[in-house]
Design a binder for this molecule. Structure first.
Ligand code: ATP
Ligand code: MG
Length: 405
């Protein structure tokens, strides 16, 4: 990530921080690698992530470690390890950082990418689902991410899902001949993923497949209806998509995804859902929870280029003399920065002309030319004025000129 990329990314992280912290989410940071077992159990053995996208290595001490492919499993581990169930619930946290997946790299899909995520752990209230969705919507809205669509669905409870799974497997087996090879190979392991396929034969089969949404228990259907009512209450548009299947195994009840038409094939900007079973699966108590993750690179792609503000330079220290002048310029530069000014010192041994050119490239507001006379020529570049002053007065003069004193 080059400096100009960082300049574009900064505002994204700041917007997320402002919106999430305002809603009471606090930043959490988990390690960049964890025991492989955590992801195998937490993300799910049948997922693409665990099956083919993890960077797994032996640490030399006989432990299998994996570069984190996602954030939720680690946060649940932290919740269990640090007894966070004793805190007032729900525990609301957010994070951002690098994640790693072994994928075919292309526009919007990288092997190391940056995610922002939020998790709210310890409540099964539909308001939790709606809150996290609304917060991600606000972030994307604030960033002016274009062509956004929100799709939501419900996967019901593990029991409903298990019964539905069998029903769907029956349907797939009845039409096995029409399915793509990989969908057929995964009828047992992950039949729900068949909804994601763009293989024509598979799509035809899926058009007549039974839908999980039609099989929800009364309680789960009620939960889903409440989530929708809350989204309606804040006038957040969404589409109910009965075929929405998130790529992670641990979801139950609400799932959602934001996509952007401004992106090509990798249209997913961010998504998530409820994962009520995960914490118990990782050794904690039964704890309902909900969250999402969003890709920073995709948010930036979908938001289009927004020119980043050039860094401000209050003072540029140019040297027009020998060793003594260089020392003085260096000292004034350090003093200026201590006083809170953005100050840069000539470091490349340029001629005076070259230094003035560099100062103008940086749009420096003031240029101080330190020469062998023992005085400083301070140029106010806006007013095109020049003062002859002594070293000790330079900082005070620039502070005054910048309205900082
Ligand atoms: P996709 O369908 O594109 O593979 P996913 O379902 O694997 O996405 P999640 O695991 O839900 O994605 O991750 C949340 C977000 O992280 C995605 O919506 C996307 O913005 C981003 N993301 C996921 N994988 C990558 C990647 N390899 N490179 C860049 N961003 C990614
Ligand atoms: Mg993926």
């Amino acid at each position: 990530m080059l400096p100009e990329d960082h300049a574009a990314r900064g505002p994204v992280l700041r917007v997320a921080e402002t919106i999430l912290e305002r809603a009471g989410y606090r930043r959490i940071e988990t390690p960049v690698f964890e025991h492989t077992e955590l992801f195998a159990r937490g993300v799910g053995a049948s997922t693409d992530i665990v099956q083919k996208e993890m960077y797994t290595f032996d640490d030399g001490g006989g432990r299998s470690l994996t570069l984190r492919p996602e954030g939720t499993a680690s946060i649940c581990r932290a919740y269990v390890d640090h007894g966070m169930h004793k805190l007032p619930q729900p525990v609301k946290v957010w994070y951002h950082g690098p994640f790693f997946r072994y994928e075919r790299a292309q526009a919007g899909r990288y092997r190391q990418f940056w995610q922002i995520g939020a998790e709210a752990i310890g409540s099964d209230a539909p308001a939790l689902d709606a809150e996290v969705i609304v917060l991600l919507a606000s972030i994307l809205d604030e960033l002016e991410v274009g062509g956004l669509r929100l799709r939501i669905g419900s996967l019901g409870s593990p029991e409903t899902r298990a019964a539905y799974r069998e029903e769907l497997q029956g349907h797939l087996r009845r039409h096995e001949g029409q399915l793509s090879d990989d969908v057929r190979a995964r009828i047992d392991l992950n039949p729900l993923r068949a909804f994601d396929s763009d293989h024509p034969g598979t799509r035809e089969v899926m058009a007549t497949a039974p839908l999980l949404l039609d099989r929800l228990s009364a309680e789960d259907a009620e939960h889903f209806a409440e989530v929708r009512a809350l989204l309606d209450a804040v006038e957040l548009p969404y589409e109910v998509d009965p075929t929405l299947v998130r790529g992670l195994d641990y979801y139950a009840r609400t799932v959602f995804e934001f996509t952007s038409d401004a992106l090509g094939a990798q249209s997913g900007v961010g998504g998530g859902g409820r994962y009520d079973g995960l914490i118990a699966q990782l050794g904690g108590q039964e704890t309902p929870a909900c969250g999402w993750a969003a890709g920073v690179e995709r948010m930036l792609l979908a938001a289009g280029d927004r020119p980043a503000a050039a860094p401000i330079v209050d003072l540029y220290l140019a040297v027009d003399g020998g060793e003594a002048a260089r020392l003085r310029a260096f000292r004034i530069g350090a003093e200026a920065r201590r006083a809170g000014l953005a100050a840069q010192v000539e470091l490349a041994g340029r001629s005076l002309k070259g230094q003035l050119k560099q100062a103008s490239r940086l749009s420096a507001r003031y240029v101080a030319i330190v020469d062998d006379t023992g005085q400083v020529r301070l140029k106010d570049m806006d007013a095109a004025e020049q003062l002859e002053i002594s070293d000790v007065d330079v900082v005070a003069q620039v502070l005054r000129g910048r309205g900082l004193s």
